[in-house]
Design a protein around this ligand. Structure first.
Ligand code: PLP
Length: 395
């Protein structure tokens, strides 16, 4: 650090320079985040100094958090919703705002573990959960942090988790299952109803990772069953900072029953509230305000239009790609396309080097992974396919 402070001018000219290294989402087809809505940005700014880690000091920001959880609960078909005040959560569905899908997934599994332990269920030393092979890498962090084995069930030909494989992996040390509603690589939705049936039969918990799909599936023409409407679903992760168009960091975790949240409780002796249920201590009230503002501003109609727009781009990309001879691995379920191209790793490298396109690759099988987000346009799709044609023709 320098001894004396620099001038504002020096600092901001440096920042502007550095900012020019960021993509600004130009030609980005690999991200599940996008520009936050301007209403979210403005609300974020107003609540910039607020800290949800000390609720008593920020009753206003906390009120917004409660309202957001209420709206999300309603979106996800919870009967009634509550946000813990720092002491307990007494009725029905509970939740809180997290930093994103990773934190929500970690806390959901921690909730399962603590809940099972509190119930005094006799288990061996090595607890495990069963997740689809397509699960986000945040579950590797769960394994590492909590010493819980993460068993990976295989996928069927449509990249949904294979129920037989899940069933075969369940043993006496299994505490819960995970289903993905909008998996990161293929945008596919696991058979949540079938997973829920398995969890009920085996007295397990079911966490649904809808970090991406939570703001997509409810607004599709034919929505899938993936939320609290399905008996057996115990928790859901949903990220306002992805298709919810809020500011980063904005995630949310909702539990069907208050007892899960209670199992995460830690006493907080010197704060204005007696306990915390969250993973992080200090939390951004600005994220709560941003999410509140954009959800209120757009309403269901606004999100429906947003999803329609992204799905139209997706359909156009697939249709035009087919004309060039490139087939998707599956008919897209949401705004994610896995495109079969020869030598995908090399194609990806060339697309970036020659034409500035940021795309990513699915792991198994390897294919081009393209996410069509609100920052993309119809012209992007046309130009991308022209460039893809050039790159593949020259390989
Ligand atoms: N779950 C799914 C399905 C995701 O697609 C992602 C990120 O893309 C995550 C979890 C992790 O979310 P975050 O990066 O916000 O922690």
């Amino acid at each position: 650090m320098n001894e004396q402070g620099l001038s504002e001018k020096e600092i901001f000219s440096y920042l502007e320079n550095v900012k020019s290294e960021d993509t600004d989402y130009y030609r980005v087809l690999s991200s599940m985040c996008t520009h936050p809505h301007r209403i979210a940005v403005e609300a974020h700014r107003i609540f910039i100094e607020t800290n949800l880690g000390d609720l008593g000091l920020f009753a206003g920001a906390h009120r917004l958090e409660k309202e957001v959880i209420g709206m999300l609960g309603e979106l996800l078909h919870a009967q009634s919703v509550e946000v813990p005040s720092g002491e307990s959560c007494k009725s029905s569905v509970c939740g809180y705002l997290t930093t994103g899908g990773t934190e929500s997934n970690i806390q959901a599994i921690r909730g399962m573990k603590n809940h099972v332990t509190a119930r005094g269920k006799k288990l061996g030393e090595n607890l495990n959960i069963v997740v689809p092979e397509s699960a986000h890498f945040s579950f590797d962090k769960v394994a590492n942090m909590m010493g819980i084995e993460v068993k990976r069930a295989t996928l069927d030909s449509e990249f949904k988790v294979d129920i037989k494989s899940v069933e075969n992996l369940i043993d006496t040390n299994t505490i819960g299952l995970v289903g993905i509603a909008g998996n990161t690589e293929f945008g596919q939705v696991d058979p949540i109803e079938e997973l829920a049936k398995l969890t009920l039969e085996n007295e397990l918990f079911l966490h649904v990772d809808a970090a991406f799909g939570g703001f997509v599936i409810p607004f599709l023409e034919n929505p899938y069953s993936f939320d609290f409407k399905v008996p057996g679903v115990t928790s859901i992760a949903i990220d306002p900072h992805k298709m919810g168009l809020s500011t980063i960091p904005s995630g949310a975790l909702l539990f069907r029953s208050p007892s899960f949240l209670d199992s995460l409780k830690v006493n907080t002796p010197y704060l204005t509230t007696k306990a915390q249920f969250t993973l992080t201590g200090t939390r951004s009230g600005a994220s709560a305000a941003a999410t509140y503002a954009v959800m209120k501003y757009l309403g269901r109609e606004g999100y429906r239009k947003n999803v329609q727009y992204c799905m139209q781009l997706t359909a156009k990309l697939v249709e035009e790609a087919r004309k060039l001879g490139f087939e998707p691995l599956i008919e897209p379920v949401m705004n994610v396309v896995a495109l079969r191209v020869p030598n995908p790793d090399l194609v990806r490298e060339q697309l970036l080097k020659r034409f500035d396109w940021n795309v990513s690759i699915t792991r198994n099988p390897r294919s081009l992974r393209l996410v069509l987000m609100p920052h993309n346009t119809s012209q992007d799709v046309e130009e991308f396919l022209q460039d893809l044609k050039k790159v593949t023709a020259e390989l």
